[in-house]
Design a protein around this ligand. Structure first.
Ligand code: AMP
Ligand code: TRP
Length: 327
């Protein structure tokens, strides 16, 4: 029996190379080894106000990007979260087993609520309960995510443990899989901030669908320092981040990269980095264009994904309802 992997991605903003290097690429690479379920988490997206038309388009765009990046619909079920209603039901139930104090400690909530100028919704506070539901419904073994989601997976384990200790063995304890290198790609404008979909400044992130010209111009403008040496030094955050991106796209060894750029300037390095990214995204971009001209095909893959996972989710939900004496 293959171990099961579950992960999710929000259909908001522009998917960037941080999402790709920290998450999507690992999902693709490990597909053969596991039974995979990937969700486009639209219910998580609405924890922050969204424009309905844009949201609908983004759901398709992100799905097509996953398939374009190499997610194979035969090996992996990809579905839209709101199409499997067990997620919301399970989230409600888990809510009743999560102490307020656990939620208050969530770093991502603190960050997101500070950023939001308008009212912060209860949904945003409760985001981790829905994420726990996503994971626990499928008796997931592994959750491959970027570093920022580790705390949410830990909360998922805690609530599973709490539930199991009251009602007996029900949920499996999921383990996060975090590939440390690439798990935290930083913003190009500000290398002390994680590259994020919601930053307004265009040079902040390289998006997967950026044109070659945009990629070049963003990389050339990326923040570095007044030093000259091109070496992997964690304290020199700008150049370090760019070198990690180079390393991730080429899979070259660090020592070889440093030798390659010995005596060269930042501009030379940046030119080559831009080429490497453009080349690294070329296949994905052309596959995306092929897929997106036929939205009904993408929709049919999503529908099929939902029908494959729904029975698994409903089975767990029913088991839980019976145990707690509802339904
Ligand atoms: P999100 O953008 O929040 O939908 O995240 C989708 C996936 O990408 C999650 O697994 C995140 O942990 C991962 N991710 C998001 N931003 C970054 C980043 N800057 N570096 C690495 N991984 C990231
Ligand atoms: N919260 C995750 C993010 O923003 C997305 C997500 C939702 C997820 N449900 C999940 C990731 C379940 C892993 C498992 O990146």
């Amino acid at each position: 029996m293959k171990k099961r992997v579950f992960s999710g991605i929000q259909p908001t903003g522009n998917i960037h190379i941080g999402n790709y290097l920290g998450a999507i690429r690992h999902w693709v690479a490990a597909q053969g080894e596991f039974e995979n379920i990937f969700s486009i988490v639209d219910l998580h997206a609405i924890t922050i106000p969204q424009n309905p038309k844009i949201l609908k388009t983004k759901i398709r765009e992100v799905s097509a990007l996953l398939f374009a990046a190499g997610i194979d619909p035969k090996q992996s079920a990809v579905f839209v979260q709101s199409n499997v209603t067990a997620h919301t039901e399970m989230a409600w139930i888990l809510n009743c087993f999560i102490p307020m104090g656990w939620m208050s400690g969530m770093t991502q909530f603190k960050e997101k609520s500070e950023k939001q100028k308008k009212e912060v919704s209860v949904g945003l506070f409760d985001y981790p309960a829905l994420m726990a539901a996503d994971i626990l419904l499928y008796k997931t073994d592994f959750v491959p995510v970027g570093h920022d989601q580790k705390q949410h997976v830990e909360l998922t384990r805690d609530v599973a443990q709490r539930f199991n200790s009251i009602y007996g063995d029900t949920f499996k304890f999921p383990e996060p899989i975090i590939n440390e290198i690439g798990a935290r790609i930083m913003g190009l404008d500000n290398p002390i901030k994680k590259m994020s979909k919601s930053e307004a400044l265009p040079i902040h992130a390289i998006n997967l669908l950026d044109s070659a010209d945009d990629i070049r111009s963003k990389i050339m403008k990326a923040t570095t320092d007044s030093d000259t040496e091109i070496v992997f030094d964690k304290n020199r955050k700008g150049i370090y981040n760019l070198l990690v991106i180079y390393e991730q796209f080429t899979s070259f060894k660090r020592a070889d990269i440093e030798t390659r750029f010995e005596g060269k300037g930042y501009a030379d390095f940046k030119k080559e980095l831009a080429d490497v990214i453009i080349e690294g995204l070329r296949h994905l971009q052309s596959r995306y264009l092929e897929l997106i001209i036929d939205p009904s095909y993408v929709d049919s893959l999503l529908k099929d994904g939902a029908s494959r996972v729904r029975p698994i989710a409903e089975k767990t939900l029913n088991e839980v309802k019976t145990k707690i004496g509802i339904g």
